[in-house]
Design a protein around this ligand. Structure first.
Ligand code: NAD
Ligand code: LMR
Length: 341
């Protein structure tokens, strides 16, 4: 008997990332080749035409896993019975907008969406927030969804994780599969800490040739000091500011790479993974205040991400994590001051 279709809702489905997501979900890249999907596309009225166009193209794709597509501007319709929600649509920062205005505008989106999810989503709902400021939007959605355990909400830092791997691949002249154990700590913002201190490098990661990424960098660059300087002066800022670099070069924010990262986040959350990065609700791990949605190294047994605990963080790492956590605390406090959570 064919498995029942999984209902997947994409918000902001008429936008750039939505366009990058929908066809890959329909092709089975997110849930695998054996799970049919029912897609719900949520947009605001101005975005409905773009979403409707995407729905026509989905039909033209004749995807064998795609059972049904519905376009709506009503969150309660969009989230009805949904098991996976990709919360992409958000209010971008416009000229002259203060941070508090941005947080308030997004609270007006993620608060009601969290509430609607709580009322009508399936019992197994998991929601990934992509729309920025992603960590705090996830916090708002979780706080607005009393019927859903908070740890069913997460925010996307897999893109940052993949960016970090991409930079190491280029520097070490390696392949992505040769690198494991990279971690993104903190906020999906320029304060994040991309960390290689637990990362390993080697053609066969568990074999005799495996080495720490740091040692491979030191060998390539001539000394440990040169490796540390490259990490501090090139790698960390490059990864942390890659979103801005893409906007500068491309003229708009990352779309296909963001969609790819969102697909991988959900695929690994549902399918299992030994090590990746995701922003999840803190239970106090590594001293991060409880309830903040913070990026950590995580693993999944197929039933949601768990923080990988017990890693040693040196003073440099602790200071960088603390700086990003301070930013998350400030965002949470600003949202609290607005009476949103
Ligand atoms: P976009 O402007 O192309 O599309 C956003 C879409 O969301 C628009 O079609 C808009 O009409 C819709 N929308 C706005 N409010 C909505 C609401 N209340 N309900 C439903 N839909 C709504 O933007 P994009 O390039 O697709 O990016 C979307 C978001 O993702 C942005 O906030 C962007 O900053 C963020 N982003 C996050 C990451 C990450 O790694 N976390 C990476 C890239 C982009
Ligand atoms: C990214 O990391 O590419 C985006 O979050 C940048 C942005 O501000 O949309």
């Amino acid at each position: 008997m064919a498995p029942q279709a999984t209902t997947v809702t994409v918000t902001g489905a008429g936008g750039q990332i939505g366009y990058g997501l929908l066809f890959r979900i329909a092709a089975g890249d997110m849930l695998g080749p054996d799970r049919p999907v029912r897609l719900r596309l949520l947009e605001i009225p101005q975005g409905l035409k773009a979403a409707e166009g995407a729905a026509l193209e989905l039909q033209d794709g004749a995807f064998s896993l795609l059972e049904h597509v519905e376009v709506t501007d009503d969150p309660r319709v969009a989230f009805d019975g949904c098991s996976i929600a990709l919360l992409v649509g958000a209010r971008p920062r416009s000229a002259g907008m203060e941070r508090a205005d941005l947080l308030q505008a997004n609270a007006g989106i993620f608060g009601p969406q969290g509430a609607a999810l709580s009322e009508v989503a399936a019992d197994d709902i998991r929601a990934l927030v992509v729309g920025n400021p992603a960590n705090t939007n996830a916090l708002i959605a979780a706080a607005s969804a009393p019927g859903i355990p908070a740890d069913r909400f997460s925010a996307l830092t897999r893109l940052d994780h993949n960016r970090a791997v991409g930079q190491l691949v280029a520097e070490l002249d390696a392949r992505p599969d040769d690198i494991d154990g990279v971690a993104i700590w903190g906020n999906h913002s320029s304060t994040q800490f991309p960390d290689v201190s637990h990362a390993v490098f080697g053609p066969v990661k568990t074999g005799p040739d495996v080495t720490m990424v740091f040692d491979a960098l030191a060998a390539k660059l001539g000394s440990s000091e040169a490796a540390l300087a490259w990490l501090d002066d090139v790698f960390v800022p490059r990864v942390a500011q890659r979103g801005a670099e893409i906007i500068r070069v491309r003229g708009s924010s990352s779309a296909a790479s963001a969609a790819n990262a969102a697909i991988e986040h959900v695929r690994d959350e549902q399918g299992g993974v030994a090590w990746t990065s995701a922003a999840v609700v803190s239970h106090g791990e590594y001293g991060v205040p409880e309830g903040l949605v913070c990026s950590f190294p995580v693993r999944s047994d197929g039933d949601g991400y768990r923080v990988i605990e017990g890693l040693d963080l040196d003073d440099r790492a602790r200071a960088r994590l603390a700086a990003s956590v301070d930013e998350l605390v400030a965002e949470r406090d600003a949202v609290r001051a607005l009476g949103v959570i």
